[in-house]
Ligand binder design. Sequence first.
Ligand SMILES: Nc1nc2c(ncn2[C@@H]2O[C@H](COP(=O)(O)OP(=O)(O)OP(=O)(O)O)[C@@H](O)[C@H]2O)c(=O)[nH]1
Ligand SMILES: [Zn+2]
Length: 333
Amino acid sequence: MSPPRPRPAATAPGALQEGLVVSSHGRHCVVETADGTRVRCHPRGKKLEVVVGDRVQWLPSQDEGSIERTLPRRNWLYRQDELRTKSFAANLDQVLILLAAEPEFSEHQLARALIACEAAHIEPLIVLNKADLGALFARGWQRLAPYRAMGYAVLPLAAKARHPHPNPLPPAGEGANSLPTDDGLAALDERLQGRATLILGPSGAGKSTLINRLVPGAQAATGELSQALNSGKHTTTSTTWYWLDAARRSALIDSPGFQEFGLHHIDPMQLAAYMPDIRPHVAECRFYNCTHLHEPGCGVISAVKSGSGAHQISASRYKIYSDLFAELGGRGT
Ligand SMILES: Nc1nc2c(ncn2[C@@H]2O[C@H](COP(=O)(O)OP(=O)(O)OP(=O)(O)O)[C@@H](O)[C@H]2O)c(=O)[nH]1
Ligand SMILES: [Zn+2]
């Protein structure tokens, strides 16, 4: 323990308290105490990086607080480009990747998010929204077939309730057997119980629609947070933690940044290990340092060429692998 620091006379005396970071905006954030009170805080010192989901120790001082330290993180999801590291959140139980029948989702973006989850050891859950869009939805569902085959959970959803009694989903082509006959919200809700779930998705997928359905009053809550941040109406809170239940056991964390998902923190030689369809074939490679791009006796290349079977690697997934390998500075020769 470090010795107690002297405090300015104007500061109300207070003992170190524990709290949860529920929103962040630049250098300020909002910390929630055990009794649910929310306090605007700032980290003490420039080096202390605080992320939504962090458990922190903070000191009250007048109407604000100062974060003294963050407690060890269970995990931390972030993205990184050539210049900067940007946080999504910490201490997560799962990441919900929300895609939609339209606008058409990018498989490349999906793959990036999944790789980041694998690298951070956080379970992903893929949700395909706009199940009411018939043929368009069937197409999206079909595009996700390789992801179901490699073991990811994929749920259908119709987030937009147009009627008090949700419309049954229309038949959705192949894979229809596994589709529910309702809007899919109950099945999703079950997956959210008792967990802290980060929600990510491209613009237009229905993130706001879903959050507003799961967290009635989410918009109002965002307003309150901005007020707690006291930074005026131009504030856009970058990441926000919402409780789904009064007992505060289940949470949804909304964060932007899905569009520019830099993976510069990933070692290109580890990439195959983070792609569950490619991973099992690495053991068949002749060379231990195989890049799976051109080597003779490569198990990955032969799985791509085999073209069918349970352990196949699709051409589009292999392209994603080789594009990312090059982007991350991997040398294939
Ligand atoms: N057909 C259909 N449309 C939906 C569904 N869910 C959301 N939408 C519509 O999709 C559009 C985008 O929804 P938003 O909730 O604003 O999407 P968002 O992901 O928050 O998008 P950004 O605000 O751009 O980040 C809106 O017009 C919604 O009404 C759905 O289940 N079915
Ligand atoms: Zn190989």
